[in-house]
Write a protein that binds this ligand. Structure first.
Ligand code: CA
Length: 240
């Protein structure tokens, strides 16, 4: 009885937070056009078609306003328990949840320096949000497993959650490049592709809405506090 009440309260809180996120998205102004990702992003929020100079394929679409999003989670409609090749090419829907693709991130971030910002919305801290920001973000090539390079940290969290993931290679359930004995991205541990070490301090590609270690979580490795109550998150870059 008690458990059921707690569960219902939690469901109501989560629904409230999700509604807020959806309202925010509904106000997004749609636009289509060419955008120069290297010489300043449009201040008008919308979906843009881009073709980086060294991108040998068809132009692709991104969602941006000052920052270009490469990851977004707002609901559980898109699975992030995906293969290496799907993380490489990208998946999902720009209007809801998606991963832009590691190859695109590599090409864009190799072209010139970008900064990174991650915004996170929680359902258990007064619908609060917080962010992580880094003055450099770079993803290496597939040959070196899309290794993550980060600059120095600023942000509203006191703890630099991405610090643990600096210089880590990307791993998926079908490609183990982490430093743990097991494959961190295996479904039994933290399902989803990420720059795992052994294994994580922040994991934003877990199972949406899962309150446990398999979910979207932040883990303070000194105090061992864990927060898996993320209802929305986005990751984005902007040219320096
Ligand atoms: Ca491993």
């Amino acid at each position: 009885m008690m458990f059921s009440t707690v569960k219902n309260t939690r469901a109501v809180m989560m629904q409230h937070a999700i509604t807020k996120v959806k309202v925010h998205l509904a106000s997004v102004k749609r636009a289509t056009g060419e955008m120069d990702v290297y010489n300043g992003l449009s201040t008008e929020e919308g979906i843009y078609s881009i073709r980086p100079p060294s991108w040998a394929h068809e132009p692709f679409q991104v969602i941006a306003r000052c920052w270009m999003l490469f990851q977004k989670r707002v609901d559980g409609s898109v699975s992030f328990y995906e293969t290496w090749n799907n993380y490489k090419d990208g998946f999902g829907d720009l209007n809801s949840s998606f991963w832009l693709g590691n190859e695109k991130l590599h090409v864009i971030s190799a072209q010139r320096d970008h900064q990174l910002r991650i915004d996170v919305w929680f359902n258990n801290t007064n619908d609060d949000s917080a962010y992580l920001q880094y003055n450099l973000f770079r993803i290496s090539s597939e040959a070196t497993k899309y290794e993550l390079t980060l600059g120095s940290y600023t942000g509203s969290f006191e703890y630099d959650y991405m610090d643990y993931h600096r210089d880590m290679k990307f791993s998926t359930f079908d490609q183990d490049n982490d430093l743990a004995g097991q494959n961190c991205a295996h479904s039994a541990y933290h399902p989803g592709g990420w720059w795992f070490k052994a294994c994580y301090s922040v994991m934003l590609n877990g199972i949406y809405g899962d309150p446990w270690d398999t979910g979207i979580c932040l883990y303070q490795r000194i105090t061992r506090e864990k927060n898996c109550s993320v209802v929305a998150v986005d990751m984005k870059i902007k040219p320096l």
